[in-house]
Design a protein around this ligand. Structure first.
Ligand code: 5GP
Length: 164
């Protein structure tokens, strides 16, 4: 079986810190961090603290439509960030991984229409990504297990019945 890349919670702590350090060392000072939900929320939160940026925004991007069909391209789901919030800003886009890069390309192109400058930070970037991120913690061509999605969602246990 092909080996997987395993990001633990522990490793994520140092990865996000190292990513932030690279951004700071580069002299990049974003006005806001734009996370791509859901995986990017963890990265954006960690970078927000490490870079002392409190202005965090979320963009929802999915590969699936409401009718449970996979699309050729990712789509933006509402609510789409208010262009007023982004106009003229220096933006750091944060996500967990750039795989094909299609998701980041969508977000970066959306930003390019409004913002002063946009750069991307990811924990992992794969070689085939059509977007080359400015800040990458690790390069890999393997499938990655992230600590936030490696386990199945919890299911309700017996005996946890709420009052009627
Ligand atoms: P894209 O192909 O657009 O760059 O990747 C979009 C999304 O697919 C990522 O944000 C992530 O949620 C998911 N994805 C892509 N590659 C991997 C991977 O190796 N592991 C996991 N867990 N998710 C991935």
């Amino acid at each position: 079986a092909e080996e997987r890349e395993e990001l633990t919670w522990e490793l994520f702590g140092s990865a996000s810190r190292e990513l932030a350090q690279a951004i700071a060392d580069d002299g990049f000072e974003p006005d806001l961090v734009l996370s791509i939900a859901r995986g990017g929320l963890f990265v954006a939160g960690a970078l927000g603290y490490a870079l002392d940026v409190k202005n965090l925004h979320v963009m929802n991007v999915e590969f699936y439509t409401g009718v449970d069909e996979r699309l050729d391209l990712p789509v933006m789901l509402p609510p789409v960030p208010n262009a007023v919030d982004l106009t003229g800003a220096t933006v750091l886009v944060a996500d967990d991984v750039a795989d094909t890069g299609a998701t980041l390309k969508l977000v970066r192109d959306f930003c390019a229409d409004h913002v002063a400058e946009v750069r991307c930070a990811v924990v992992y970037e794969k070689p085939r990504s059509e977007v080359k991120c400015e800040y990458v913690w690790r390069h890999t061509d393997r499938w990655i297990n992230f600590p936030w999605s490696v386990r199945a969602p919890v299911v309700r246990r017996a005996g946890q019945v709420l009052d009627a």
